[in-house]
Design a protein around this ligand. Structure first.
Ligand SMILES: C[S@@+](CC[C@H](N)C(=O)[O-])C[C@H]1O[C@@H](n2cnc3c(N)ncnc32)[C@H](O)[C@@H]1O
Length: 263
């Protein structure tokens, strides 16, 4: 077990019969918080998602039960309602239930929905933040999320919603903010997203960056433009999980000396 030394006194008790919704960060086990490590060392049961890598799962108490709740090998993922019902059931058995999610549990990870269901069921829960991929991924790629010279805001958004139709994201409204846009889950919609940004008036030479499997040994970074994005991502084999970033902060990576022999 990892000895957290003087940090131990800052760690709340993981009470039996409760659920901890914990962010595991973007991938590197070295980016786990002390509280996440404490939860791994104490949990009776671990319920984890596909984005949580084996190096992190391996840190759980050896005699804890492990339940996988993600999509694997093309098989459909467990239904969200089934997962929340399972969390409630395990907690009611008096277990310390660790619900571990990639990144931060409350950023595009359905942690909010799970917390709501636990609250409504009267199950005590505790939320442990993690480094979200949209920010950790940028930092790992040498792209500052803000500088005083480039931007006063940054938008974290999903690329997963509909691109057309009544439910569609108002892409033009986001473009009008002028802020860099950081998209989660954009790869399957990329051609439509590029078309929507172009239609919204973003110039073809707008810088775009892609950070895949950020902070892991398989991290890949691609810098291109709006006009080149579709072809260049296909050529580079960029696939999910990837963070896509659009705008003025992307060229800072080269200005910081990344990409030239640095990953
Ligand atoms: C369902 S969302 C979960 C986000 C997570 N809760 C967070 O805060 O990072 C999944 C998306 O997060 C992004 N993502 C998560 N981990 C990543 C990583 N290590 N590198 C790049 N993108 C990542 C990808 O866009 C992926 O499709």
């Amino acid at each position: 077990m990892i000895d957290l030394g003087p940090l131990t006194r800052h760690l709340p008790e993981f009470v039996p019969g409760s659920v901890w919704l914990v962010g595991a960060g973007p991938g590197d086990p070295g980016l786990l918080t002390a509280r996440a490590i404490h939860a791994l060392a104490t949990a009776d049961v671990l319920v984890y998602d596909a984005l949580v890598g084996p190096d992190i799962v391996a840190l759980v108490r050896p005699d804890a039960e492990r339940e996988f709740a993600g999509k694997r090998g093309g098989k459909p993922s467990a239904k969200q309602r089934d997962i929340t019902e399972r969390l409630i059931e395990l907690a009611r058995q008096g277990k310390r239930v660790l619900r571990l999610k990639g990144g931060d549990p409350f950023v595009f990870g359905r942690g909010g929905e799970e917390a709501l269901a636990l609250h409504q069921a009267g199950v005590p829960f505790h939320v442990v933040p993690g480094i979200t991929a949209g920010l950790g991924g940028l930092a790992a790629a040498g792209i500052p999320a803000t500088t005083r010279d480039t931007n006063q805001a940054i938008v974290l958004m999903t690329g997963h919603y509909a691109v057309e139709g009544p439910e569609a994201t108002d892409w033009a409204a986001f473009v009008r903010t002028g802020a860099p846009l950081v998209l989660y889950m954009a790869m399957s919609n990329l051609p439509a997203i590029v078309a929507a940004f172009t239609a919204a008036g973003l110039p073809p030479d707008t810088p775009m960056g892609f950070v895949t499997r950020a902070t892991t040994p398989d991290q890949k970074v691609l810098v291109t433009t709006l006009a080149g994005a579709i072809e260049d991502t296909a050529l580079a084999g960029i696939e999910a999980p990837t963070i896509t970033v659009v705008g003025s902060i992307v060229p800072l990576r080269a200005a910081l000396g990344y990409g030239d022999g640095r990953p």
